[in-house]
Ligand binder design. Structure first.
Ligand SMILES: NC(=O)CC[C@H](N)C(=O)O
Length: 369
């Protein structure tokens, strides 16, 4: 135990390991896939990122809540994680610009948060034994029962979750008089992606996941965007079909994270579930054409298999993750299509990779002329 306070909550892993803590928000029980994020800042953006839907978030950073919440800095309209596990949870944030305490935010969105957990040991456990499911509960009277429940949580592999976080109707973002128009498929799109496009003179029409190809392709636009999102990309064959048809239209296409994975799947590439994924704001990536490194924001548990890239050079490996050499970016040789596994919009994280939005806009410009 790292706290002398009596435990009032626990995380029970499917392998039977138990970590104790105390409840800091609402009482109850929640479950999902355990993952950890190593970012030192940016908890609000992380907790509201729709790509985390279905996951229990362990924050490796020790202090959570110390700068409160500012609603307009959310990446979506609600908290998207299934539950929070942290070490120190601060009840009183100190930042003039905050508009509420993180605790209030968790209460408002009815999301369970527990603190006082030995998160260093828990992160090492996930790192050593891989991602696994767990239950978080504020009732710790029957740990055996919680373990059974943890074992029955559905595996993330094979789960389609985008439909839970996509918009219900199409909407527009940005300036209608902007120079460029882009149709975006919302698989769980982060706000900052829309801001990054709008800031570059792009007007975006955002479509729900279940949009037909005919409808998606009917808006007169200069290019297409496929967003980030939760779940297993291999569980979305209909979306891969739509993406393939869109790519065949010949207009510029850009994809981020889940969008990147589905662009890969649409061309016959394969994806796999990683041991414990990449989630943080200092992941090193190399741009293979410039030889330059970039420090990136990442959040993914699946990746494109490098061995599945075609040997004829029709799809180029533009970026690699420097820690494990996994595929971090691809580009089509003969089409204006490219995608990255990481988050150039950051939020949170460094801005090193914003140039990718500029490259997309350059393709839109070339296409228009
Ligand atoms: N941020 C994302 O788009 C995540 C993509 C996918 N759900 C994964 O975990 O790999």
């Amino acid at each position: 135990m790292i706290s002398s306070v009596k435990p009032t909550a626990a995380v029970v892993l499917e392998d039977g390991t138990v970590f104790f803590g105390r409840s800091v928000g609402i009482e109850g029980e929640t479950s999902g896939e355990l993952c950890f994020n190593t970012g030192m800042t940016g908890y609000q953006e992380i907790f509201t990122d729709p790509s985390y839907y279905g996951q229990l978030m362990v924050m490796a950073s020790v202090h959570i809540g110390n700068y409160g919440v500012r609603e307009e800095e959310s990446e979506s309209d609600s908290l998207k994680i299934n539950g929070l596990i942290c070490r120190n949870f601060t009840n009183r944030g100190s930042r003039p610009a905050m508009d509420q305490e993180l605790k209030e935010f968790f209460k408002k969105h009815k999301t369970i948060a527990i603190a006082g957990v030995d998160t260093r040991a828990l992160v090492q456990h996930i790192r050593d034994f891989g991602a696994q499911n767990a239950v978080v509960s504020t009732d710790i009277s029957n740990l055996e029962e919680l373990k059974k429940k943890a074992m029955s949580v559905p595996s993330m592999a094979g789960l389609e979750l985008s439909s839970k976080v996509t918009c219900s109707d199409p909407y527009y973002y940005g300036n209608p008089a902007a120079t460029y128009k882009v149709a975006a498929l919302d698989m769980g799109i982060k706000q900052n992606i829309l801001r990054c496009l709008a800031e570059r003179d792009v007007y975006v029409k955002v479509y729900p996941l279940n949009t037909s190809f005919e409808e998606f392709a009917s808006w007169p636009c200069d290019g297409y965007f496929f967003s980030n999102g939760p779940g297993d990309p291999a569980a979305m064959p209909h979306t891969a079909e739509l993406v393939k048809k869109v790519i065949d239209l010949g207009k510029p296409v850009f994809g981020i994270c889940l969008g990147h994975q589905i662009i890969g799947l649409s061309q016959g590439l394969e994806t796999f579930k990683m041991h414990h994924g990449h989630r943080g704001i200092n992941h090193p990536v190399i741009n293979n054409s410039t030889g330059k490194g970039e420090i990136t924001s990442q959040n993914h548990g699946f990746a494109v298999k490098s061995q599945s890239l075609p040997t004829d050079g029709s799809i180029l490996l533009t970026h690699n993750h420097l820690n494990d050499n996994t595929v971090a970016g691809i580009k089509f040789k003969d089409k204006p299509v490219f995608s990255v596994q990481y988050h150039p919009e950051s939020a949170p994280g460094p801005h090193d990779s914003r140039y990718l939005f500029d490259e997309f806009v350059n393709l839109l410009k070339q296409y228009k002329s």
